[in-house]
Design a protein around this ligand. Sequence first.
Ligand code: TYD
Ligand code: MG
Length: 451
Amino acid sequence: MAKSEKSIYRCQACGFGSPKWLGRCPDCGKWNTLVEERAAPKTAFSKSSNAFSVPEPLSQVKGVDGGRTSTKIPEFDRVLGGGLVAGSVVLVGGDPGIGKSTILLQAASRMPGVTLYVSAEESAYQIKDRADRLGIYQDSIMVLPEISLEHVLAEAKKSNPLALVIDSIQTVYTEELGSAPGSVGQVRESAAKLMRFAKSTGTPVFIVGHVTKEGTIAGPRVLEHIVDTVLYFEGQRGHSFRILRAVKNRFGSTNEIGVFEMTDSGLHEIENPSELFLAERPLNVSGSVVAACMEGTRPLLVELQALVTPVTFSVSRRSSLGLDSQRVNLILAVLEKVAGVHLAANDVFLNVVGGLKLEEPAADLAIAASVVSSLREKPVPSDTFIFGEIGLSGEVRSVNHAEARVKEAAKIGLKNAVIPWGNCGKLKDKACGLKITGVRNIDEAIEALFT
Ligand code: TYD
Ligand code: MG
């Protein structure tokens, strides 16, 4: 690739510009901060004054026109905020092999129009092979195996597709920069060009980005502020569940999730994830509790398991999967200090079943309950569910969306709830036939669950 004369290398820490790449910034002295950039064209400031924007009353600003296009995958639409907005740029990030290409190919096959699928890392044959596996035979998907972004954009302008898919941003390159595809400068400049294309033509663009270890290859994180919507595809190896999570959305709420299962014939939506996550739950076993959580606006019931065993080494171990370990340590400290639950001589292991990640504080009470249940070898009744945040003095604080959590639990047939006292009052008339116990602190919760 010929080295472009137009690029400069700019320090991301202090803004120093250099005509060639340097390992260390001579200005601020930091290492590895120089990133290739396209030098601003000389004409940048000679724009005529009528090309600048003028202020206008907010009430007269035009809204999203053209409405939203459905991907015909309801779980995907939900995460997008109700469908795909014209001219929006959606980044789909995730580990390699998680299913990014699969979901975009499935969406492309169902959307009501032609999708230009740019495959910069797989050959057209490989795409065809995947499509065969998914049972997709439509001619509405135009495959373009190409890595030059200039060529891709020219093709897209010519064919004017309903949507453009770039798979992946780390393998396309713009000829304006001399660096290799996948470098920070290339990834950023390519995304900016796609953004300009999307905004000027109204074509929605999906950008696939692999999450990679920090270092030579730029991950999707450098793009998060450029694009309109950032979706992350999550899942654990060995589990077939996949969660599509919105972490940024200029056209909808964030923290929405879509739940899928990867099968031999592609990704299938899971309409009632709570039922699935609780399906293989052992009943009346100590250490296993049902936590009523929220993912965005969606209630989700999940099984939380704790195993408390006598310490094996001189120092006790605390290990958790799917939970924030800082939060777990905090709850264990509160249990020890306030509720007299002595864990110093025990190892504590916690696991969220199904490969989910529980990050909201509303899971605190369920964590505490599972630990106490395993330590005392007393099961929590299997028709009981729990939610509530625990404060440092052992108080149980109310959480949001209590009604949605309770309704979801009632829907799948649970009977008893142990929840914060503060949430109880408002739920009185809407108890859905459940027995609801409100607790003010961790002692009351332990009493309600184990006596
Ligand atoms: P892919 O969409 O290629 O992942 P990404 O684009 O995120 O790298 O998915 C690849 C994985 O999914 C691969 O391990 C095979 C598996 N898979 C299935 O199990 N079933 C299927 O129908 C398809 C298409 C893929
Ligand atoms: Mg792929």
